[in-house]
Design a binder for this molecule. Structure first.
Ligand code: NAD
Length: 501
């Protein structure tokens, strides 16, 4: 019997159901079985959550805690997440269909994010400005930005939430978290942990439900000061337009179309192996997936044939399948989108070397499995090179020179991540500098750290998560100038003195 969580909105320190009693069934991407049933919030519930966050922020209760107190809270949350990690990983795996082992890795990363921000909270946040006048005390102080709407995607639900929640708490903000309607369970678990850790009432609020009904009001309401959003480009544009009406701060982590460049002088064994992981991990449902392979002409056949052979051999399976190497797509709708994307690529002239369709394997028939797919002979004019599929689809382009590799790598509206494989360190440095993407890996693909900023150039987003910049998103900067020896300015002639003369 699946767990039911119908009082699953957390508003003003209370668990409650939706105001109209609505619920949503969460079904497994692996076999469509019922995973859980959760509350489906209304616009009124979203408004209640904003009111709770606003009241808690305006009361000054939490924002007046010292940085050290807030660090201790975030460290406590990390401890409790560590205690519950196995249980939460199972919830994450159930909603997303990803293998439990991948969810375990995600949880370890989530905990490291909370620990990092707990540590960063203890560093110095204010700055003295020396103005060359001993009567003046001039300092720049950091204050919480206020009420934040934190809206997340379904591919790494808790990890993406942690990149927002941990710095928001350290900064002293109050917030409303809205995870994807497809993957609510780990956010419910996080709220329980934050409550147990002693987060004051009204600081952390959770609403669950559809983007248009529950997410949109969070981005238009004047009581919200900042929207931090991770998701697709179209939604990001809509959020930015809406938020502009009340001049909210906006932080956006959007899609990517990430070039993975292999030069002929690279360690090809490592490059090929990593190229397979870069694009097929989590069935390509990764914003930084290496979906665009750019390969030097002289090694094209060897590299592409090897990757296609590896793609054909990938074993897919559900969360509990210990032999599986990757899992299903998130939903039937997403499977349809990826299928259409491949059909269009083939119509545009791409050559299919592996996959290309929904899996026909009997054990996967009830789930949303798409075969790892390799498309050769692609060009930047084709939509499969320009558009994000967010599925297990690799496009291959060929280049003849370093300059061409760079030009191809930058020929995208996106700018999230990219990689370069070569044994020539000067060439690697030149290419890394020239690529207009927020993260560049040299002879590697995929690692990120809580200490290092993550985010996109161009249409991949605005702002940064992780690292010190990930905290700065949640801070307002105020300059306080104190004159310890007040005196007349003497700028204008004193009119009273003039009249008395
Ligand atoms: P999505 O844009 O469909 O939805 C993301 C979130 O926005 C969900 O919670 C959804 O309910 C909400 N939403 C939808 N419409 C809304 C509206 N009008 N107002 C407010 N909220 C609304 O994205 P998705 O399909 O959940 O996620 C996949 C996308 O996320 C991909 O494009 C991927 O590249 C991107 N992503 C980016 C990063 C990154 O770090 N840059 C990380 C993960 C995912």
């Amino acid at each position: 019997m699946p767990a039911q969580s119908v009082n699953s909105l957390f508003i003003d320190g209370q668990w409650r159901g939706a105001s109209d009693g609505s619920t949503r069934e969460i079904r497994s991407p692996h076999d469509s079985s019922l995973v859980t049933k959760v509350s489906e919030a209304t616009a009124q519930d979203a408004s209640d959550a904003i009111a709770a966050a606003r009241a808690s922020f305006d009361s000054g209760l939490f924002s007046s805690w010292s940085w050290a107190q807030r660090s201790a809270l975030v460290a406590r949350i990390a401890d409790l997440l560590e205690r519950d990690a196995e249980k939460i990983a199972m919830l994450e795996s159930g909603d997303t269909g990803k293998r439990v082992i991948e969810a375990d890795y995600d949880l370890a990363d989530v905990i490291s994010v909370f620990r990092y921000y707990a540590g960063l909270g203890l560093s110095e946040h204010d700055r003295v400005v020396h103005v060359g006048d001993e009567r003046i005390d001039s300092r720049v102080v950091s204050e919480p930005v206020g009420v934040c709407a934190l809206i997340g995607p379904w591919n790494y639900p808790l990890l993406q939430a942690s990149w927002k929640v941990a710095p928001a708490l350290i900064a002293g903000c109050s917030f409303i978290l809205k995870p994807s309607e497809l993957t609510p369970s780990s956010a419910i678990a996080l709220m329980k942990v934050m409550d147990e850790a002693g987060t004051p009432k009204g600081v952390a609020n959770l609403v669950l439900g559809a983007g248009a009904v529950v997410g949109a009001p969070l981005t238009s309401d004047k009581r919200v000061d900042l929207v931090s959003f991770t998701g697709g480009l179209a939604t990001g544009k809509a959020i930015m337009a809406t938020a502009s009406q009340t001049v909210k701060k906006v932080a956006l982590e959007l899609g990517g179309k990430n070039p993975n460049i292999i030069f002929a002088d690279a360690d090809l064994e490592a490059a090929i192996d990593n190229a397979v992981t870069a694009v097929f991990l989590h069935s390509g449902q990764v914003c930084s997936a290496g979906t665009r392979l750019l390969v030097e002409r002289s090694i094209h056949d060897h590299v592409v044939e090897s990757i296609a052979a590896r793609a054909n051999a990938i074993r897919m399976g559900g969360p509990a399948d210990l032999t599986a190497e990757t899992g299903p797509l998130i939903s039937q709708a997403h499977l349809g989108k990826v299928s259409l994307y491949v059909e269009k690529a083939l119509a545009e002239g791409a050559q299919l070397l592996a996959g290309g369709k929904r899996s026909t394997h009997e054990s996967l028939a009830k789930g949303w499995y798409f075969e790892p797919t390799v498309l050769d002979n692609c060009r930047t004019s084709m939509s499969c090179v320009q558009d994000e599929s967010f599925g297990p689809v690799l496009t291959v382009e060929t280049f003849d020179s370093e300059a061409e590799a760079i030009a191809l790598g930058n020929d995208t509206i996106y700018g999230l991540a990219g990689a370069v494989w070569t044994s020539d360190s000067d060439k690697a440095a030149r290419v890394a500098k020239a690529l207009r993407h927020g993260t560049i890996w040299i002879n590697d693909f995929g690692p990120y750290k809580a200490q290092a900023e993550w985010g996109g150039f161009k249409a991949s987003g605005i702002g940064r998560e992780l690292g010190p910049s990930g905290l700065h998103e949640y801070l307002e900067i105020k300059h306080i100038w104190t004159n310890t020896s007040p005196a007349r300015s003497g700028w204008f002639e004193d009119s009273l003195e003039r009249e008395s003369k």
